[in-house]
Design a protein around this ligand. Structure first.
Ligand code: PPE
Length: 306
């Protein structure tokens, strides 16, 4: 994966890629004391546009607030401008954008108050994360032996860097076992989410997804929810058991990096016909047009880089 770019934005400056480095003693590296976002920009008929920029920038600042940073050096407007400036300076059309607010200095006494938060934004060209093939065929998943976060152990609404150790454990186990993605259950034993995606089940024409209480409030989840609702589907937020996955007509997962992908198999059990199902394919097609600014109704989701 080529992650190179011309510039990385750091604390107000666009630095050449090679200059965007941090000291070994940055506490974020030792304790995961950072919060981040994953955002995508897509080429549209009116030029590159960042998909749901405001919602992502708001969630970044919400994550910082949840983590406990009290004084943010940048406002919502400044965060949004920094993200747009990074995409524009790199002259990317389609790219993945990674803003990160990290504890810069201090932190050795395990409090966020000893240091100050810094902001950096990188962008790189990253095609579909699980592969183009996966869009049609679907992917194979396992239910992880690792449990998803208890909502009072780490904060499930915040994209705290340290939270992702749980995802690393689950995804590494999953790929070593020969699967493509891991599904994690919440501490009560109900389906929570994947390592970097929210999950939906389709059964008897209804779409079901876990409530947001134990999972990240995915922005893709919200977009898909809106699209499905506009198409007249009934969407329920309710607990999903492991065996409800096995007998679903379709299961799909969604997130910024992964976009929207059907699951063909879970724990060696075929899901539906064992390929991307019709509801998933229908939503996938609309989602892909929406992110590229091709659907007027959803154009307000596209923030043009200009
Ligand atoms: N759950 C988790 C745990 C998660 O990390 C993501 C995003 C989602 C759900 C979906 O959220 P949203 O992108 O707002 O629809 N995961 C980000 C990081 C993935 C990675 O591999 O790194 C992402 O998709 O950018």
């Amino acid at each position: 994966m080529g992650m190179e770019s011309k510039f990385i934005w750091m604390n107000g400056e666009l630095l050449p890629y090679e200059k965007a480095t941090l000291h070994f003693l940055t506490p974020a590296l030792h304790y995961g004391a950072a919060v981040f976002e994953g955002i995508r920009a897509y080429n549209t008929p009116k030029g590159p546009a960042i998909f749901r920029l405001k919602e992502h920038a708001e969630r970044l600042l919400d994550s910082a607030h949840i983590f406990g940073f009290r004084e943010m050096p940048f406002t919502l407007e400044q965060v949004m401008t920094a993200i747009k400036d990074t995409v524009r300076a790199n002259e990317f059309k389609d790219c993945y954008i990674r803003p990160l607010i990290y504890l810069d200095g201090g932190g050795w006494n395990l409090t966020v108050d000893g240091g100050k938060p810094s902001l950096a934004v990188a962008a790189w060209e990253w095609g579909n994360y699980l592969g183009e093939e996966a869009m049609k065929k679907g992917i194979r998943a396992n239910v992880s032996s690792y449990t998803r976060h208890h909502p009072n152990v780490t904060m499930t609404k915040a994209k705290v860097a340290g939270n992702y150790v749980n995802s690393f454990l689950a995804k590494t186990e999953s790929t070593r076992l020969g699967f493509d993605e891991a599904i994690m259950l919440d501490p009560q034993g109900f389906v929570a989410e994947c390592t970097g995606e929210n999950l939906f089940v389709v059964r008897h024409g209804k779409i079901i997804t876990p409530s947001t209480a134990p999972v990240l409030e995915g922005i893709t989840r919200h977009s898909i929810h809106t699209i499905a609702q506009d198409l007249g589907y009934r969407i329920l937020e309710q607990p999903i058991s492991r065996d409800q996955l096995y007998i679903a007509d379709e299961v799909f997962v969604c997130g910024t990096a992964a976009e929207m992908i059907g699951l063909s198999e879970i724990d060696f059990r075929k899901i539906g016909e064992g390929v991307t199902g019709p509801v998933t394919a229908q939503l996938q097609a609309i989602y892909h047009d929406a992110i590229r600014g091709k659907i007027e109704k959803y154009e307000s989701w596209c923030d043009y880089v200009g």
